[in-house]
Design a protein around this ligand. Structure first.
Ligand code: RNT
Ligand code: ZN
Length: 421
C-alpha cells in the first residue's frame, strides 16, 4: 500500500471517530480555506531589510543566532517565500515591512518612500495570487537611536516618523487597490524607557498627537485598514513602553481602527485567546501576531501550544475569521530559517484545524447545564482524537508534503540553495 492509500484509510477511520462525537471532519477541512495567514517576510533575513545604509536591528527586538543561509537580496527573499508557500496547505498572504522596499541600491530615507519602491512586491503578490499586508518600520534607524519615534520630544524626529507612517499608509492603500484585497497596515513603535521615567503622560500625549496626524487621511476600507500594536516591554525598554495595551486599545476603539494583539506582548499569565471576544465587542476587526514568548523574547517560532490553541479555538468557535486578520511574528536565526518558518506556520494552521474539529455546540450545552466534569473530560478526550489523520489528509488534498515529509524538502533546499549563499 502506498503512502496516500494509508493516509486515506487513516482518514476514513478518523472521520468515523469524529462523527461519533458529532463532528463533521469534511466540514472542518473546508473551513480551512478561510484561514489565511499573513507570512511575515522578516523571518527570511532576521528583520534586516534592503536599505542601503545597513542599519543595525534596534528597538528592543533581537534575532539571535547565526545559522547560514540568510536571505540577503530581494530575489533570495522571494525564492525563500516561494519555497515556504509550496510547503503550506491553504492560501496565505505576504506581510512586508517598509525596509524591504525595492530601492535598487539607492538611499531612500523612510520619509521618502513611495509606491514605486514596492511595485515589484505588489507584482510578485499578483503573480502568486496572494494578498499583501504592510508595516511602517519605526526602528533600526538613526532617528530612533534615542528610543523614541512617534512619541519623540525631538520635534524633527517626531515629524520624520509621522511622515514615514503617512507614506506607509498611502502605499498600503495602493497595495490593496491593486491586489483587490484590503492591505492591513500595522504600526508598532519601540518607544519607551529602560529606567523609571517621569513624564509618561507627556510621551503618551505626543504619541496620540502623532497618530492623529499620521492617520488623518482616510482611505477606503476595501483598500487598507489601520492597526496599532502594543507591547509590554522590550530589551532596553523595560520600565515603560509608551504604546501600552491600554493606550492602543483606547485609541483603536475611539478611532474605529484595528488593534493588533501580539501574544508575546503581555504578562506571561495573560492570554490573547481570552482577549479576542473582549475586544471584538468594541472594535470591528483585529490583527493578530501569532508567536511564542519565552522569557525576554517575544518572538520564538510558533509551536502547537495551549496559548495558540486558545487563540484559534476562540476564533473558530465564534466564526470570527472574517473579523480577525491572522499574522505571524517570529524570527529565529539559530536554525534553518525556512524550516523555522514552515514549522511555525504549519503549527498555527494545525491549531485552527483542531479548533474546527471541536464539537462546540455540545460543549456549550454541557456548560449551560452545569456539567463541568463532563466538559472537562470532553476537552481532555478531544486532545487524543485522531487529529493527525485529518491534518495529513488535508495536506494530501492540498498537494503539499504530508507529515514529516517537508523536513526532507527543506533539507534539499538547504543543500541546493541556502548553503550556497
Ligand atoms: C516587536 C513587534 C513587531 C515586530 C515586527 C518586526 O516586538 O512585535 O511587530 O516584531 O514589526
Ligand atoms: Zn508583533
Amino acid at each position: 500500500m502506498n503512502n496516500s492509500e494509508l493516509i486515506n484509510k487513516a482518514y476514513e477511520i478518523a472521520r468515523e471517530q469524529y462523527t461519533v462525537i458529532g463532528v463533521d471532519s469534511d466540514a472542518a477541512i473546508s473551513k480551512m480555506k478561510d484561514v489565511n495567514i499573513s507570512l511575515h517576510c522578516w523571518q527570511t533575513d532576521d528583520v534586516g531589510g534592503f536599505e542601503t545604509t545597513g542599519n543595525e536591528l534596534s528597538g528592543g527586538i533581537q534575532a539571535t543566532g547565526n545559522y547560514p543561509g540568510k536571505a540577503s537580496t530581494i530575489a533570495q527573499v522571494r525564492a525563500d517565500l516561494d519555497k515556504v508557500l509550496s510547503l503550506l496547505p491553504g492560501k496565505q498572504r505576504l506581510n512586508l515591512h517598509a525596509i524591504y522596499g525595492d530601492f535598487s541600491g539607492e538611499f531612500v530615507d523612510r520619509d521618502q518612500i513611495e509606491v514605486k519602491h514596492f511595485q515589484s512586491w505588489i507584482d510578485w503578490c499578483k503573480a502568486q495570487r496572494i494578498g499583501m499586508d504592510f508595516n511602517a518600520t519605526c526602528f533600526s534607524h538613526p532617528r530612533a537611536a534615542d528610543g523614541f519615534t512617534l512619541s519623540s520630544k525631538n520635534e524633527e524626529n517626531r515629524k520624520f516618523w509621522v511622515e514615514h507612517v503617512k507614506r506607509c499608509r498611502a502605499i498600503s492603500a495602493e497595495i490593496g487597490k491593486q491586489l483587490g484585497t484590503p492591505c492591513v497596515h500595522n504600526t508598532w513603535i519601540p518607544d519607551g524607557s529602560k529606567d523609571t521615567p517621569i513624564d509618561r503622560n507627556g510621551y503618551r500625549i505626543l504619541l496620540k498627537k502623532s497618530l492623529d496626524e499620521a492617520l488623518k487621511k482616510k482611505y477606503p476600507k476595501e483598500y487598507m485598514k489601520d492597526a496599532v500594536e502594543s507591547k509590554l516591554f522590550g530589551i532596553g525598554f523595560e520600565s515603560m513602553t509608551v504604546g501600552s495595551h491600554d493606550f492602543y486599545l483606547g485609541y483603536a476603539i475611539k478611532n474605529d481602527i484595528l488593534i493588533c494583539l501580539d501574544n508575546g506582548h503581555f504578562h506571561p499569565t495573560e492570554q490573547v485567546g481570552d482577549k479576542i471576544s473582549s475586544v471584538l465587542q468594541f472594535v470591528d476587526e483585529i490583527l493578530l501576531h501569532v508567536t511564542r514568548p519565552i522569557h525576554w523574547d517575544s518572538d520564538h517560532v510558533v509551536t502547537l501550544n495551549e496559548d495558540v490553541q486558545l487563540i484559534a479555538s476562540e476564533i473558530m468557535r465564534n466564526d470570527f475569521l472574517s473579523r480577525v486578520n491572522i499574522g505571524l511574528d517570529f524570527f529565529d536565526a539559530s536554525i534553518n530559517r525556512i524550516g523555522a518558518y514552515v514549522t511555525g506556520t504549519r503549527a498555527a494552521m494545525k491549531a485552527f484545524l483542531i479548533a474546527a474539529l471541536e464539537p462546540t455546540e455540545q460543549l456549550i450545552k454541557l456548560e449551560e447545564e452545569g456539567k463541568y466534569f463532563e466538559r472537562l473530560a470532553m476537552l481532555e478526550e478531544l486532545k487524543t482524537m485522531p487529529f493527525g489523520a485529518v491534518w495529513d489528509y488535508y495536506c494530501l488534498q492540498e498537494v503539499v508534503p504530508v507529515g514529516t515529509d517537508y523536513i526532507e524538502e527543506i533539507q534539499k533546499y538547504e543543500n541546493k540553495v541556502l548553503s550556497k549563499r
